[in-house]
Design a protein around this ligand. Structure first.
Ligand code: ADP
Ligand code: MG
Length: 645
């Protein structure tokens, strides 16, 4: 490991940020706000905080500094991964000098941590508790060009905060796009550009548009892999999410298996819910073997994989978009902006000249189908959560808040209306007691309301379990090869026409077993495998549940048990009446067809993973649902029948 440490130090010194360290530090010392611009991979995320630490801005009882360096990331996965990398570079354990904090997972030590990586959402919640951010000497707003909702709000808050905390340093880092906007926002703050090395990248377009981006990508990967067998340049593929990434990897492996002796290829998926040990693999280096990294947008700027020579860009991205027809956010796959497309291409030219294959036609970039710049989240998603936060920070008049880009009036009004309609705001736009209680929970407003409602229905223990289970990804392990078995395993847990109660049942059975085997890891692991359940997700649900219970105790909210399913259904109904539907018919394919009761009576269907999908009819036509997934149709995810009487 001494060797590895030396090697890491050498690698550090070769980064562009290292060559300008002194000037960079001088600029930061002389100004309260600095905008740092640099190509992806120049060392902004991993080096900047270390430079400041070496300058003594970090927590150090020895020299009397009790403040820490904070660095925000738009993505949980980036916060974790980067913190681990930096702790390795500093030769310490994660959670000691270098830590991270993401929702429901705090790996920092108040007596030791000097550099803290966190999601922008976490810092926003910290401002609620400590409006002056008095424990920080310095905040690096990293990846500000991503323009997440939390980043935008933080920037607005910082504009006021820097006047109250003259000693606080704020550094905004950005990829090359959009940087001038930040400069102007902070009254012509100085820009510091880290000189980058980039190599030319050839861009190839598809001749015609493709109907299936997974198939097109697999074909392109194989072509590149087989034709350029003389070099071992790695391939980076941009997909939209876990589903198409997994399908791409499977299909690619299938095609490779059909070939006679193909050159070896490492197929590495990367998306946020992938287990951490698998995520790390993308950084593994091999000189002889080519790798193909199949990634979400996280590889666009957040994570840099060295050695990429070929980029294959589907031109697609999955975004959260407010859908006014439905009155809620939905995940949608949309074309990327031109700025994103260029950023993606650039990934091929970091270590040498590269090639980008765009799986769309050149025409597509010219007509109006692609935006020039991405639309910031604040202009396209539901703002209820943020409005609730700003209200509790005492921002009376939202219209006077210094937004980098103002949210559209309609979106703002819709969000305020939503908060009013669930009784979180009163007729004067002030927080109601319910609204105040909701803010305590770092979860979406509907779920926060559900917990508060459960106090009245005296089933808070059960509801907190359900909320925790809804907050973790993939409790079920879906096995393509053993589909029948996994379906049967699932059926055993199903509770009468309710995904919510099914989740509760799974959790309770799992916990009972956990106690029975006295927390023995391998016993509970085999129980999970047998039942096609994901142990990691369940453990995480347990952790989240404990944290939610802690918040309740702190706020003196009673924790009560109920074993009456009807009560739990009523409680769900009282919080989710905005997300309700009515069964209208069974269509010719035997599918249950619903209409949305709140919005436009739109047609909706059950998500294939819902346990209700097995039913050919329902005991009552009314259902509530947790979320909508939009693909070719509107699918309700996590559904429970409710009897409105
Ligand atoms: P920037 O923020 O400017 O895009 P980073 O600081 O993220 O750049 O990356 C600098 C270098 O550190 C890159 O060459 C990247 O490959 C490397 N790096 C970052 N994280 C890891 C990791 N977990 N393992 C190995 N290398 C890493
Ligand atoms: Mg970075």
């Amino acid at each position: 490991t001494a060797d590895r440490y030396t090697q890491i130090q050498l690698q550090r010194k070769s980064l562009p940020a290292f060559t300008v360290k002194q000037e960079l530090i001088r600029t930061i010392r002389e100004n309260q706000v600095t905008i740092v611009i640099g190509e992806t991979g120049s060392g902004k995320t991993t080096q900047l905080a270390q430079f400041l630490y070496e300058e003594g801005l970090g927590f150090n009882k020895g020299n009397g500094n009790k403040k820490i360096i904070g660095c925000t990331q738009p993505r949980r996965m980036a916060a974790m991964s980067v913190a681990k990398r930096v702790s390795e570079e500093m030769n310490c354990e994660i959670g000691q000098e270098v830590g991270f904090s993401i929702r429901f997972e705090d790996r920092t030590d108040p007596n030791k941590t000097s550099i803290k990586y966190m999601t922008d959402g976490i810092l926003l919640r910290e401002i609620l508790a400590d409006p002056l951010l008095s424990t920080y000497s310095c905040i690096i707003m990293d990846e500000a060009h991503e323009r997440t909702l939390s980043t935008d709000i933080l920037l607005g808050l910082f504009r006021q905060l820097i006047k109250k905390r003259r000693d606080l340093k704020v550094i905004v880092t950005s990829a090359t796009m959009n940087a001038d906007k930040f400069t102007r926002f902070f009254g012509d703050a100085p820009q510091f550009t880290i000189p980058g090395r980039t190599f030319p990248v050839d861009i190839m377009y598809s001749k015609s548009s493709n109907s299936d981006h997974v198939e097109a990508a697999v074909k392109q990967i194989l072509t590149v892999h087989l034709q350029s067998s003389t070099d071992s340049g790695d391939i980076l593929v941009f997909m939209t999410g876990q589903d198409d990434i997994e399908t791409t990897c499977e299909l690619l492996q299938e095609k490779l298996d059909l070939l006679d002796n193909p050159p070896p290829l490492d197929i590495l998926p990367i998306y946020s819910t992938l287990p951490q040990d698998l995520q790390k693999k993308i950084f593994n280096k091999s000189d002889s073997k080519r790798k193909v990294v199949v990634a979400t947008n996280i590889a666009e700027t957040s994570l840099t994989v060295d050695g990429i020579k070929y980029v294959i860009d589907t031109g697609l991205i999955k975004l959260k978009v407010y859908n006014p027809k439905l009155g809620m956010d939905t995940l949608q796959v949309v074309p990327v902006s031109l700025a994103n497309a260029n950023q993606r291409s650039g990934r091929a030219g970091r270590t040498g000249p590269g090639i980008t294959y765009r799986l769309y036609t050149e025409n597509a970039t010219e007509d109006s189908r692609m935006y020039k710049q991405p639309i910031p989240e604040i202009q396209r998603t539901n703002l209820s959560n943020i409005m609730l936060l700003l209200k509790s920070l005492g921002v009376q008049d939202i219209n006077s808040f210094p937004f980098l880009d103002s949210p559209p009036k309609d979106l703002l009004n819709c969000s305020l209306y939503d908060l009013w309609s669930i009784n979180a705001l009163d007729n004067f736009g002030e927080l109601t007691p319910l609204g105040k209680q909701m803010i305590e929970f770092p979860i979406e407003p509907t779920l926060a309301k559900l917990i508060v409602q459960s106090l009245e229905f005296k089933c808070s223990e059960e509801i907190v379990t359900i909320v925790s289970m809804l907050t973790v990804p993939n409790v079920f392990y879906r096995s393509k090869e053993r589909k029948r078995e996994s379906d049967m395993a699932r059926e055993k847990f199903i509770i009468n026409e309710s995904d919510h109660l099914t989740l509760l049942n799974i959790y309770n059975q799992w916990e009972t077993n956990l106690k029975k085997v006295k927390n023995n890891f391998s016993s509970i692991n085999s129980w999970c495998t047998k039942n096609f359940l994901q142990l990691k997700s369940l453990l995480r649900a347990k952790d989240i549940k404990n944290q939610l219970l802690l918040i309740m105790k702190k706020n003196r909210m009673p924790i009560t048990r109920s074993n009456d399913d009807t009560i739990i259904r009523k409680c769900l109904c009282s919080s989710f009446y905005q997300q309700s539907a009515k069964l209208t018919k069974v269509n010719v394919n035997g599918q249950l067809e619903f209409i949305n009761l709140r919005h436009n009576y739109m047609k909706m269907y059950l998500h294939p993973t819902s346990s209700l999908i097995l039913n050919s009819s329902l005991s009552t036509p009314y259902v509530i649902f947790h979320e909508l997934v939009l693909t070719s149709k509107e699918y309700m995810n996590f559904v429970t029948t409710v009897d409105p009487l």
